[in-house]
Structures are given as structure tokens and as C-alpha cells.
Design a protein around this ligand. Structure first.
Ligand SMILES: [Ca+2]
Ligand SMILES: [Ca+2]
Ligand SMILES: [Ca+2]
Length: 271
């Protein structure tokens, strides 16, 4: 395939796969972004401890793990010192408010602690209040505000997709592509809205953050932010746990069809 065909193919795949993607992180021995197409996102910070602007945690422990059918570099975090990742997600205000009201978070995680509350994220600027989506210890249900559903598979790599639309007051949680709960999500600019990337007060979300120790232990392979509430079909198209978010490998049939299409187009161009 010549360079022109390759660029067409990359472009076609990129537009399909990355609509709305604002930042991705792969934890491949770095907390820097992997994809940052708008240039608005920043490197993660590894922190620990709830309340007030928590201090930096020690060095991140990276290792190689089997995630789905892939061998991946991953980062560890521990509930012993309430560790979390402060994420400058890069998303602009949307949904008609002053803050980010439409967004999705994709994370490939393995939670290794058991019998504990595990926060997935905290929208608070300084991790000073309760997390905003949890695994609860009694049944490993996922949710918030007393409305929990599903069973989070601890000690297993899991693709978690959280879609938030505060305009519709909906937060949906998908585990490995299956919708397991829909929670109310406040209103525009309310509890589940995020500070925008260019807000002068704060511009981050705390992944696994909680104010008073409701943190889990585990590992994370990748993290990605979208500036819209992904649909169930969007979630399906992201693929299985371990698949690179934003740079998917198409199914062979799709690749062949695209390749044939590009080849046919090139033949036409030469005439
Ligand atoms: Ca808490
Ligand atoms: Ca909160
Ligand atoms: Ca990784």
C-alpha cells in the first residue's frame, strides 16, 4: 500500500474511532498523555490522601500484565495510602453550562482489594468530598446514592465505561460493554459536572479519588476521556478490555474492505 493509501486508511479509521476523544493515557512507564488531539489535556499526577490538595504519592510502580489478550504495561495504586490519579482531562465546558456536563471516562482496571468501598472518581477540585461513583463492599454493586446494581468482578481486568449527561441527569456505567446501572447525575453544573480544562479555579478530575479513604487497590492499564456521553453502540465499538482506546485495530474483514476500497479508488485516480 502506498503512502497515500495508508494516510486515507488512517484518516478513515481515526475519524470513526476517535470522535470525541480528548485525552488518553496508557501508563506505559509514564503519566503523560498518549493521545491529546486538541492539546488541552495534561500529564496525570499521582497523589495520595483524601481532603485538602493531597500531596504527591511516591514513584508509580509499573509492571507488565496480561490484560484481556494483550501484554500491557500497567500502573499500580494502593488503598493503604489512598492513592489516586489527578487528571487534567482537557475537556471544554459543554452542555450549556459553565462546566463540563457531557463526558465519558474509559478505564481498563483490575481492582485487587476486596470487601471495601472503591471510588472510581471524584469531581471535587481538591478531593475534599465523597467520591461520585463507587463499588460497594456488601455485594460489589456499582452506583451511588444508595442505588447500586451489577457485580463488579474484582481481581479481573475489566473495561469500565462511565458516561455522564447532566443535562439529562444520567450517569451510565458499563462493565465490559454491558450496561449495568443508570444513576441520576444531578443537573447542569452540579455534582457530576467537571471543571473545564481552562477553568481558572481547577481543571482536573481525581480518578479513584475520595475524601476519607474509600479507595481501592489495583492496577490501571489505560484511561481515556471523551467530551460526550458515549452511546451503547459507541461503547461496543471501543472493544474489549486491553484494546487501545482511540487507536483500535479493525477486524480483518473491515481492514480488507477498506483496503479494497482504497485500492479501487487509487485505480480510478490513475485513469
Ligand atoms: Ca468518602
Ligand atoms: Ca465528589
Ligand atoms: Ca498500559
Amino acid at each position: 500500500m502506498n503512502k497515500f493509501a495508508v494516510s486515507i486508511l488512517t484518516l478513515a479509521l481515526g475519524y470513526v474511532a476517535q470522535a470525541g476523544l480528548v485525552a488518553s493515557y496508557e501508563f506505559d512507564d509514564t503519566l503523560a498523555t498518549t493521545l491529546n488531539p486538541l492539546g488541552t489535556a495534561g500529564s496525570l499526577e499521582f497523589r495520595e490522601g483524601g481532603s485538602t490538595n493531597a500531596p504527591a504519592a511516591g514513584p508509580v510502580a509499573y509492571s507488565t500484565e496480561s490484560v484481556g489478550s494483550f501484554s500491557k504495561r500497567v500502573a499500580a495504586f494502593s488503598d493503604a495510602t489512598a492513592q489516586y490519579f489527578k487528571a487534567p482531562h482537557g475537556i471544554a465546558a459543554n452542555g450549556g453550562g459553565a462546566y463540563v456536563n457531557l463526558y465519558s471516562i474509559v478505564m481498563d482496571v483490575k481492582i485487587t482489594s476486596t470487601g471495601d468501598w472503591v471510588s472510581f472518581f471524584n469531581t471535587n477540585a481538591f478531593n475534599e468530598n465523597d467520591g461520585d461513583l463507587f463499588i460497594r463492599p456488601s455485594d460489589d454493586g456499582v452506583g451511588i446514592s444508595g442505588l447500586y446494581a451489577g457485580t463488579f468482578p474484582r481481581n479481573a481486568w475489566t473495561r469500565v465505561v462511565i458516561t455522564v449527561d447532566t443535562v439529562a441527569s444520567q450517569m451510565k456505567t458499563y462493565l465490559d460493554g454491558t450496561l449495568i446501572n443508570t444513576n441520576a447525575a444531578g443537573g447542569v453544573d452540579g455534582r457530576w459536572a467537571l471543571y473545564s480544562y481552562n477553568d481558572s479555579f481547577a481543571n482536573t478530575i481525581d480518578i479513584f479519588g475520595d475524601n476519607d479513604g474509600d479507595n481501592g487497590s489495583g492496577q490501571i492499564d489505560q484511561l481515556a476521556f471523551f467530551d460526550n456521553a458515549l452511546s451503547a453502540e459507541d461503547v461496543r465499538l471501543l472493544g474489549s478490555v486491553g484494546t487501545h482506546v482511540g487507536a483500535p485495530v479493525p477486524e480483518p474483514a473491515t481492514m480488507i474492505a477498506l483496503g479494497l476500497g482504497v485500492a479501487a479508488m487509487l485505480r480510478r485516480r490513475r485513469k
